[in-house]
Design a protein around this ligand. Structure first.
Ligand SMILES: Cc1ncc(COP(=O)(O)O)c(C=O)c1O
Length: 382
């Protein structure tokens, strides 16, 4: 039996169109985009075409897109530039449910004397807008907010957050890594100043992503060492990766509406089927304000890591928390921020659907998972 991959928030399979185009580049486009000969110009042309595709998906202009090695680098670039741009120490406002690639640079700022305000989230994982208002009133150097949470799929009210940041004159950074390709992300509608993303979350390759800076805002580069990306990020461009990212963005742009509908139907069937069979399960997050592909559920009395392993042996890949945390036994900080106990967090699984999943696979998971939950509960004496 083929395996069933339900871990699309960790990473996604490449679309065949992406693979084909990348293979062509790897095989037939040897030039360095900085070179002035024909080989260089061919590579440069492809990079610029990809840049336009990425820009189109996020509602920015191509000039505003800087390619990076991924969202981790983009997030680090923004927070490191912040530290360099402010004389002495300053104030950063962010949330208690960020991805580690914002959390850890924020911790590093704090260790250097910065004040970091981590805004709380409610039981559904949504930001408290009154607390946001109070944080903004203190005129911090930056507000950094995760658009869609990687663990729960919870979407923040980004338009409102961006409007409030603007009203207070506070620059806004959004990590849109999970939102891109699964939910509308349009900087024309959400006036953020900086946006981070990674190609591999939307069926593109790993190791490539971007930082979008609105108005081409001058950010001190994190990676120095060359004139590439208009001196905003040194180093020879990952041409094949960039081209693959561009194709993935073009597909996402064309297919967003149909993708959201089909993934939402799979996710909803999965939840309804589980709820019929396991009545006391609990949704972690917000069904109304969540990514259509993400289901984070608590199975009270069953250990998430035990379930994960049992499902893996049955050919089903899921996550018991953020991918970056797997192997670690510390409970998810996102679920703790939502008021769950460590025990509840340990009893939770993340199932995220995406390209390649179909209704038959979901039915198969509905046959396997409830029985595994019953066994895990019996083993735990629940
Ligand atoms: C919300 C979010 N931000 C940032 C990242 C980091 O992406 P990458 O590992 O591709 O740099 C991830 C990946 O897990 C993510 O989900």
């Amino acid at each position: 039996m083929d395996r069933i991959y339900l871990d699309h928030n960790a990473t996604t399979p490449l679309r065949p169109e992406v693979v084909e185009t990348m293979l062509h580049v790897l095989r037939d486009v040897p030039g360095n985009p900085s070179s002035t000969h024909a080989e260089g110009a061919a590579a440069r042309g492809l990079v610029e075409r990809a840049r336009a595709r990425v820009a189109e998906l996020v509602g920015a202009s191509p000039d505003e897109v800087v390619f990076t090695a991924g969202a981790t680098e983009a997030n680090n670039t923004v927070l490191a530039a912040l530290a360099r741009g402010v004389a002495g120490t300053g104030h950063l406002v962010t949330t208690a449910a960020e991805h580690p690639s914002v959390q850890e640079p924020a911790d590093a700022l704090e260790a250097r004397g910065w004040r970091v305000t981590r805004l709380g989230v409610d039981a559904d994982g949504r930001l408290d807008l009154d607390a946001l208002e109070a944080g903004l009133a203190e005129a911090p150097a930056l507000l950094s907010v995760l658009w869609a949470n990687n663990e729960t799929g919870v979407l923040q009210p980004m338009t409102e957050i961006a409007e409030r940041a603007r009203a207070h004159g506070v620059p806004l950074h959004v990590d849109a890594t999970q939102a891109l390709g699964k939910s509308p992300v349009d900087l024309a509608r959400v006036p953020a100043d900086y946006l981070s993303a990674s190609a591999h979350k939307l069926n593109g390759p790993k190791g490539i992503g971007c930082l979008v800076t609105r108005g081409g805002a001058d950010l001190a580069p994190l990676v120095l060492g060359g004139p590439q990306e208009k001196r905003r990020r040194g180093g020879t461009e990952n041409v094949a990766g960039i081209v693959g990212f561009g194709v993935a963005c073009e597909l996402a742009h064309k297919e967003l509406a149909s993708r959201m509908e089909s993934l939402g139907a799979l996710r909803d069937r999965l939840f309804e089927g589980l709820r019929q069979r396991i009545p006391d399960l609990r949704w972690n997050g917000s069904r109304e304000h969540g990514l259509v592909n993400t289901l984070n559920v608590e199975f009270p009395g069953a250990a998430g890591d035990v379930l994960l392993q049992a499902l893996d042996l049955e050919g089903v890949a899921v996550s018991a928390g953020a991918a970056c945390h797997s192997g670690s036994i510390s409970p998810s900080h996102v679920l703790l921020a939502m008021g769950r106990t460590a025990e509840q967090a340990h009893a939770s699984l993340r199932l995220s659907v995406g390209y390649g999943n179909d209704a038959a696979q979901i039915e198969r998971v509905l046959e396997i998972l409830p029985e595994r939950v019953a066994r895990a509960r019996a083993a735990a004496g629940a």
